[in-house]
Design a protein around this ligand. Structure first.
Ligand code: IDP
Length: 143
């Protein structure tokens, strides 16, 4: 199996609910390593740039307002099939449709405030990781 990296964001609703540790614990139990991480309060321009592919959608303004409503925790996760493993842990975009035991089923309240983001492909992951982390922040681990 391929070792991949993926970008994860714990969104403002989950940070406000004080479940950062609970979510990190799920990553670790699934064999995903946190190889880079930061807390950040996104600017409007940063949120708009990150979600640029959704700029024509009706929910774009609300999405940007939500993502800038409080601090987020952004991390790079590494492991076997990290993109799919992480998407499985997250559950469906709409928490009402998310499988029991997933992060969104347990911590998200609506499709607008759905607790976490995860890259949907290795191509997106490469773009999203580079959007938030510099090369030096992504230095390979020696132990
Ligand atoms: P994902 O986060 O599960 O990958 P995407 O389709 O990439 O889902 O959408 C990005 C984010 O935009 C979602 O996590 C959600 O917060 C928001 N979003 C997506 N679809 C809707 C919608 O129909 N109404 C409101 N917000 C939405």
């Amino acid at each position: 199996m391929a070792i991949e990296r993926t970008l994860s964001i714990i969104k403002p609703d989950a940070v406000a609910k004080n479940v950062i540790g609970e979510i990190y614990s799920r990553f670790e139990k699934a064999g995903l390593k946190i190889v880079a991480a930061k807390m950040k309060h996104l600017s409007k321009a940063e949120a708009e740039g990150f979600y640029a592919e959704h700029s024509a959608r009706g929910f774009f303004g609300d999405l940007v307002a939500f993502m800038t409503s409080g601090p987020v925790i952004i991390q790079v996760l590494e492991g076997e099939n990290a993109v799919a493993t992480h998407r499985d842990l997250m559950g469906a975009t709409d928490p009402k449709k998310a499988e029991a035991g997933t992060i969104r089923a347990d911590f998200a309240s609506s499709i607008d405030e759905n607790a976490v983001h995860g890259s949907d492909s290795t191509t997106s992951a490469a773009r999203e990781i580079a959007y938030f982390f510099s090369t030096i922040e992504l230095a390979p681990r020696t132990r």
